[in-house]
Design a protein around this ligand. Structure first.
Ligand SMILES: [Zn+2]
Length: 520
């Protein structure tokens, strides 16, 4: 049968299906209200459209060549019929398809699945996208309910969880693949994946952590937010201070250790233009945590790129309050009288006057002594990161509010709800999915067919990072500015060059378990 004959055969068959379905439903709904009418029509629609998809898929299968021999061993193949039922976007249906089995390899394949781009599981690609989107915002039970309400498609909570986590694993796998590329000195992203506006010159990178309840107790989830700064200005309604405005943000989240997480920060920075001629300055903002500052410069520094490190000023205020409260009583007027002028000094002159004030104290209690010692250590270690007058003059942000907000909205709002306990890969998968959606990458992500993603098996594991290439000695940082855009044929050239000019510090192979365990 050629294409025209097949089409008209399907259309003719469907006329029968439609007539039969309508003959049953139309007399029933002649007197009902509109809400009932819509519901019934949706149900009938799912039956009719499911039937259409079954027939079209069967037609597709007829056109596929029959594999002659096993691709792996060349042995004979046995043809079997193996129907595959699916819950779909517009209806539920069963794909009638052939399955070719090689007895020698003990493996078989249904050619129709590959031709249709069908991944594992019993949910169609179109519905998978809707379910995953619902599970970005809602826990699995409400997500399943939402899909049932909107589409009339019924999925169990468990199917919803498994599906959403599998898609999240696919999202995370893309980040991990970029990390492997970076460690091997290959271009990290394809040219069209790099999101960097032409007027970007400053890239802000904020880093912090949130806590998620896992089976073994509370576990840290590290979070990074990246965005171009300026050229637009924004005036803070409270402080009246004018600073460079944040552009569209993107995110990285991970339960891994600091070193592995910084690789994630690095590849996201590359995605936002680090390594292209556009980005000349990277501003890193965080609290005082050592895991941030021990690695920031090594990971986002590059020849010709200025790195500005800024400690969140509100975090520094917290240290002043700890001392003031220990000296004069928590929340007392005397504590405030000691702290408030020092906050102004810190803002206007940096850490030096604060350190002088701390040195001049004569604490009489152990608590006050300890608070002073902590503060002295903190302000001494971060003097250069508290050069607030210089940061103010450059209209840079002084607080890491963007990443604190990401910890709350991206991670905690979904992962830290009452009674939730997550397996590590489950929380990672959903957080990765949320990061994709929040960064405005949802549609582009689905063009990569994440529903077809299968976690690699042991023997097909991703290549281990090439340690020799990535661990090459780091060249002395050049003071030369990056080559101007006009001198480059394209940004691809810049991307291809960058890994060679800036190898990262000693790489740690980043491999998260890709199996899907239980989670909330
Ligand atoms: Zn075989």
């Amino acid at each position: 049968m050629d294409r025209a004959e097949l089409s008209s055969a399907i259309i003719q068959e469907m006329q029968g299906v439609v007539e039969e379905a309508l003959a049953t439903v139309v007399p029933e709904v002649l007197t009902v209200d509109l809400a009932t009418l819509e519901q019934r029509v949706q149900q009938v629609g799912r039956v009719i459209l499911g039937g259409l998809i079954e027939r079209v898929a069967r037609g597709h299968a007829q056109g596929l060549p029959r594999p002659a021999r096993c691709a792996a061993c060349g042995g004979a193949l046995k043809r079997r019929e193996r129907p595959r039922p699916l819950v779909g976007l517009v209806g539920d249906y069963t794909l009638r398809r052939a399955y070719y089995w090689c007895a020698a390899c003990k493996r078989g394949a249904p050619p129709l699945d590959a031709a249709l781009g069908l991944g594992p599981g019993d949910v169609s690609p179109g519905l998978a996208r809707v379910v995953a989107r619902a599970a970005v915002d809602a826990t699995f039970t409400p997500a399943a309910e939402q899909v049932r309400e909107a589409l009339g498609a019924t999925l169990s909570d468990e199917t919803t969880r498994r599906l959403a986590e599998r898609i999240g694993v696919a999202a995370e796998a893309r980040t991990q693949a970029a990390i492997v590329h970076a460690q091997q000195g290959q271009p990290v992203w394809a040219e069209d994946e790099v999101q960097c506006a032409d007027d970007t010159t400053i890239l802000a990178v904020e880093v912090d952590r949130a806590l998620v309840h896992q089976e073994a107790g509370w576990h840290e989830m590290k979070v990074t937010t990246l965005a171009p700064l300026g050229p637009d200005l924004r005036t803070d309604p409270v402080s009246g201070r004018t600073a460079l405005a944040w552009g569209p943000a993107s995110y990285g989240v991970g339960t891994e250790e600091a070193e592995a997480f910084w690789w994630q920060v690095y590849v996201e920075a590359r995605r936002r233009g680090l390594g292209t001629p556009a980005v000349r300055t990277v501003v890193v903002l965080g609290d005082g945590a050592r895991w941030i500052w021990d690695r920031a410069r090594a990971f986002v520094g590059m020849p010709g790129v200025e790195v500005v490190e800024i400690v969140d000023i509100y975090h520094a205020y917290g240290y002043l309050w700890a001392v003031g409260n220990a000296l004069h009583g928590a929340g007392s007027l005397h504590a405030a009288a000691w702290v408030e002028p020092l906050k102004d000094h810190l803002y206007l002159h940096g850490a030096a006057p604060v350190l002088a004030a701390l040195a001049a104290l004569t604490p009489t209690t152990e608590e006050a002594l300890n608070a002073r010692t902590d503060a002295q250590t903190y302000f001494t270690r971060n003097v250069a990161r508290m050069d607030y007058p210089r940061f103010v003059a450059r209209q840079l942000p002084l607080g890491s509010g963007a990443v604190e907000s990401a910890c709350k909205c991206l991670v905690e709002a979904r992962l830290k709800q009452a009674g939730m306990r997550w397996g590590a890969p489950g929380s990672q998968a959903i957080a990765s999915l949320r990061a994709v959606q929040r960064a405005g990458r949802w549609a582009a992500f689905w063009q990569t067919h994440p529903d077809q993603y299968r976690p690699p098996t042991e023997e097909a594991a991703p290549p281990t990072p090439c340690v020799a290439a990535a661990a090459a000695p780091r060249p002395a940082v050049s003071t030369a500015p990056p080559v101007p855009v006009s001198a480059r044929s394209s940004r691809v050239a810049a991307l291809a060059d960058a890994p060679r000019t800036a190898p990262r510090p000693k790489p740690t192979p980043v491999q998260r378990p890709l199996l899907l365990p239980r989670s909330a």
